[in-house]
Design a protein around this ligand. Sequence first.
Ligand code: FAD
Length: 289
Amino acid sequence: MIPASFDYHRPASLDEALKLLKKHGDDAKVLSGGMSLLPMLKLRLASFSHLVDIGRIPGLDAIKEEKGVVRIGAMARQAALERSEVVRAKLPILADALPLIADPLVRNRGTIGGNVANGDPGNDQPAIMIALGATFVARGSKERSIAAGEFYQGLYQTALAPGEILTEIRIPVPPAKSGGAYVKLKRKTGDFAVAASAVQLTLGKNGAIDRCVIALTNAGQTPVEAKEAGKFLAGKAPDEPTLREAAQIAAKASSPSADRRGSVEYKKEMARVLTGRALKIAVERAQRG
Ligand code: FAD
């Protein structure tokens, strides 16, 4: 289908983009890679009279490590992240996910900012950002920071205020003896997750789990942090029965809907199985780290 007509704006600076958003209010929408927004417009699930393309604004696509923080510009494309040495070396959990997002064509266009700002619980990067304890930086009339864990409020609803643009994602580099993993089940290339689990943990001096965050993709209206499972693991040795029980607790936090990808029971079971696998990989990585 052809989208309803709209005016296309290509501002050259962030200030210009913010002005356009302010001027056109609810009639305007930010466009980054267009890989989620354009299909929605084409299917006429949404329509906006003004699209503000932030793709030509300089300085929004950096991927760098600075003072113990990985800073990723909102316009960093998924393909660039996939090639990034910083991501591979510092954030294996994100490196796990990138080749599993959509297909190479979509990853060449899609951005991390669009992926996390979209508010679709099927997007992979939100759960990973929650597991990593990321902070999202937004610019409106002023700059503010929002914790990834507090960003998702409902289906396609985020903490971004109207007229705000997500500019950067800041991720603290995990300390020594940390490990993360993202394990995803999808039916075929180009499909979203049936279920997926993001695990990021740190081991203490005695080898026990100091801290663990587990977050699930496509497990509800928003990415779901399995907080009880994280609490259960704190202070425990990462042995097989403990990890198995934690995966069971994590699956209880999920409340998926039945669709063509499977029944509620199947998806909950997959959340359990995938969390069990992600925990095992994360522990192995932490023990090596
Ligand atoms: P856009 O489509 O441009 O924008 C998405 C939304 O975010 C819009 O509402 C837009 O206004 C808002 N937005 C974008 N950038 C900003 C910003 N900087 N500040 C404020 N708001 C902003 N994703 C997955 O995670 N996993 C998958 O398996 C997967 N499979 C896919 C399969 C196909 C066939 C397709 C077409 C897409 C798939 N996607 C998948 C989605 C893809 O990763 C998108 O690229 C991503 O979700 C959105 O990024 P974008 O840059 O294209 O954003």
